[in-house]
Design a protein around this ligand. Structure first.
Ligand SMILES: [Zn+2]
Length: 372
């Protein structure tokens, strides 16, 4: 069985496993902690993990490696330009790894990888016009237009979290004000819940208040409470859905997509969130686009990065000329996958890590939860 290795390279762990051309994970992945003290430790750790994976998955004869990282990733040069969770600034990864392992290596932005995964092996299989929104600590995005990832003139397309939805709104870490990320991320969900403390009807038993006092009022905590039927938490989800609906409407009017896939930690709320978000989409978007778009929760969950990285590696194997780095060593004649995917190359900032565990007050640019 031919394979490539897909690697989800995150700020806390690196997961590597063999992936077939259809986006199936062929074996349980190796998972190692990421070493993020400094660049050199990180690179040593990554190489060690990949070496272990090469040995463990030798039976699958890996023909290429794909790495998915958060941040601005220049796939053409094989360089991580900057990353919110890795100690990498203008660090070349693909070329040295190709040298070490003797097979092609490609880097991919994590949101692009997630969309690739969903379009080949997930909820968007066979579709050609798909938008991905990942709602976590940040809000990331990716665009599949006419069956290809769209990257823009400088590779920076798809920064959907930094589209302005509120003029003069909350300051964002990107330096602008009123970005969608400030209203539809995990920290935003925690903030909305935090505004409902000391209200016996909305926060019975002071659950939210106690979480806040312990510094544990995170998006993930609010999501759990919402699933349990906590009124204040459900209202916080509805408030987020209203902003999300505006974002979805803007995307619908701009791209007329078949589907918008909502992923990330907040996206895992599924229908609890999307049911309300669709109503606001319908209120704010135009026909016929608003009636043609399906808004769906992502299917691959935390597998998306690894699978998508593997699929980017398959693209590299199939069309080595599309990617300068590692391209010369690519082997021809790989099996064709299902639907058309994309040419490898990415250069943009995606969502951060799933991010629901971040306290609402954490992180630059996020205001503190409202004092009760
Ligand atoms: Zn922003």
């Amino acid at each position: 069985m031919p394979s490539v290795l897909g690697a989800d390279v995150g700020g806390t762990k690196i997961a590597v496993g063999p992936v077939d051309p259809f986006g199936t994970q062929l074996a349980p992945p190796i998972v190692d902690p990421s070493r993020t003290e400094d660049t050199e430790s990180f690179l040593t750790g990554l190489e060690t993990t990949l070496r272990r994976a090469m040995a463990q998955f030798a039976d699958y004869a890996p023909r290429a490696v794909g790495l998915a990282c958060a941040g601005t990733v220049d796939s053409d040069r094989g360089v991580v330009v900057t990353s919110p969770n890795l100690p990498l600034r203008e660090v070349s990864l693909a070329a040295p790894l190709r040298e070490t392992f003797g097979i092609p290596v490609i880097l991919e932005n994590d949101a692009n990888a997630a969309l690739l995964g969903e379009s080949v092996a997930g909820v968007a299989q066979g579709l050609r016009h798909v938008i991905m929104l990942t709602l976590g600590t940040g809000v990331g995005g990716a665009l599949l237009l006419d069956g290809r990832l769209y990257r823009g003139v400088g590779g920076a397309a798809g920064e959907l979290g930094h589209t302005v939805v509120q003029m003069g709104g909350l300051p964002c870490r990107c330096g602008m004000k009123g970005c969608l990320e400030m209203y539809a991320s995990g920290p935003a969900l925690a903030r909305y819940a935090g505004a409902r403390v000391r209200d016996p009807e909305r926060d019975p038993g002071d659950v939210l208040l106690h979480l806040r006092e312990q510094g544990m009022l995170s998006g993930g905590a609010v999501a759990r409470l919402a699933r349990e039927g906590h009124r204040g938490a459900i209202e916080a989800v509805q408030q987020l859905a209203e902003w999300l609906g505006i974002g979805l409407a803007n995307l619908t009017n701009t791209f007329n997509p078949e589907m918008i896939v909502v992923g990330g930690g907040v996206g895992e709320l599924g229908e609890l969130l999307l049911h309300y978000a669709r109503k606001h989409l319908l209120k704010n978007a135009m026909a016929p686009g608003k009636d043609q778009v399906r808004v769906t929760a992502a299917e691959l969950g935390n597998k998306a990065g690894l699978v998508g990285a593997g699929l980017a590696a398959w693209d590299l194997v199939r069309s080595p000329s599309a990617a300068p780095v590692g391209g010369k060593a690519a082997a021809p004649g790989a099996p064709a996958p299902g639907p058309a995917t994309c040419a490898p190359a990415a250069d943009k900032t995606a969502a951060d890590e799933p991010g629901l565990e971040e306290p609402a007050s954490g992180g630059p640019g996020f205001e503190k939860p409202a004092a009760g």
